[in-house]
Design a protein. Structure first.
Length: 312
């Protein structure tokens, strides 16, 4: 469930006028901008952009980039892009910064239609494909895994082949015992099977061997392939649990990871952020909004809280 709270039929013209007024004069009225943009869904935001351009012959996103600063500007900029364009930007930033978890996250959690739309936006924006960029910036097992995850148009149905799940669970057991985690069968299963089929295989593995497969794949910050393999399994197995962990790590690490916080909240506020919030509370005995309030500040904090459905 989403956390974003928005009116049913706001006037895009009135919203455009309110933002224009907030940006006039000596100082920007950030609170007024949050009051509008922090409470509009993506269709409403698109209408505001069109209304603003028609009325003032100016690009609203470029205006906001000029008027706002820091993490607040980054969050608003990403919020104002159409979802596919925003995700394409996030993928490109992730590749440039070697933060390939973002690629795995989108490839494994988004359904086939959603991810295909993002890949099209990526190609339109950067004039080459996501797979090309991944192949250029990576090598070896990391390249094979990432290009494999990004390439296929995987079936998104819920049908499960139980016999196949049992067979591939056994194959994974042998691979885990031999500790050949970069085995071609591991990559084949993760990059070609539907998420429902992969979850069934992982469940059979756990039932037959007493532990989840992730217990046999220990975190190793020096092993990029293993890190991405674990990320893929977690994203496929339980996306909400994965997002909760991303937020928990971003908030608790020395020096808050604002980019990760912004990415999760901006991309999930209109989808399933309420589910992630509930998991966060169960796991940490503190609400996500309280944790965000403690570790962020200013207009950036207020904007994040608005997307979380909370008034600062």
């Amino acid at each position: 469930m989403a956390t974003l709270i928005f009116p049913e039929h706001p006037s895009p013209v009135a919203d455009a006028e309110a933002i224009k007024k907030a940006c006039q004069g000596w100082g920007t009225n950030e609170k007024a901008i949050i009051l509008v943009l922090g409470h509009r869904n993506w269709v409403q935001r698109r209408l505001i952009k069109h209304a603003y351009e028609e009325q003032y012959q100016e690009d609203l996103v470029k205006l906001l980039e000029k008027e706002l600063t820091g993490d607040f500007e980054k969050a608003v900029y990403r919020w104002m892009l159409d979802p596919e364009d925003r995700d394409a930007v996030l993928l490109n930033i992730g590749i440039k910064k070697s933060n390939y978890r973002v690629v795995v996250e989108f490839a494994c959690i988004y359904n086939s239609e959603e991810f295909l739309a993002v890949k099209r936006a990526y190609q339109n924006c950067y004039k080459h494909s996501l797979e090309e960029d991944l192949a250029q910036h990576t090598k070896g097992d990391v390249r094979q895994l990432l290009v494999g995850l990004a390439s296929p148009y995987k079936y998104g149905g819920r049908e499960i082949n139980v016999k196949l799940a049992k067979s591939e669970a056994e194959a994974l057991d042998g691979i885990m015992k031999d500790k050949v985690f970069n085995h071609e069968e591991v990559i084949r299963i993760l990059t070609t099977r539907s998420n429902a089929q992969i979850v069934a295989t992982l469940n059979h593995y756990k039932d037959n061997h007493g532990n989840a497969i992730t217990k046999h794949l220990k975190e190793d910050s020096k092993n990029k392939y293993l890190e991405l393999l674990l990320t893929a399994i977690r994203c496929i197995n339980d996306p909400h649990k994965y997002y909760e962990k991303v937020l928990r790590n971003a908030i608790n690490k020395p020096g808050t990871d604002e980019d990760a916080i912004t990415r999760v909240i901006v991309t999930r506020a209109e989808k399933d952020l309420r589910n992630v919030k509930e998991l966060y509370y169960k796991r940490n005995s503190v609400t996500l909004e309280h944790a965000i309030s403690k570790e962020t500040s200013g207009h950036y904090k207020s904007f994040l809280l608005a997307l979380l459905g909370i008034e600062d």
